[in-house]
Unconditional design. Sequence first.
Length: 94
Amino acid sequence: MTNGPLTVTVDADDFQYYDSGLLQCSCYTDISEVNHDILLIGYGTMMIGECEKPYLIVRNSWTKDWGMGGDAYVTLGPSRDCGILLDPFQITLP
């Protein structure tokens, strides 16, 4: 990411069961349901069958034993991104 990582708030209910692959949250999240801060550190695409799926790479604070070395690949798209894009926050230093 060009300007460094972003802090994002997510609905972490589905995060507790993630260990690898592409995380797709189970339902739509609105701003009142977000409950956990993580870092958005990158993005990419992954082939699933014949479809190319966009994802965001996030880093959690639950140690490197969680997910894929402390990171997760989260589906990018309406109702499946755990609320990641609802309230991003970036600090700009002079």
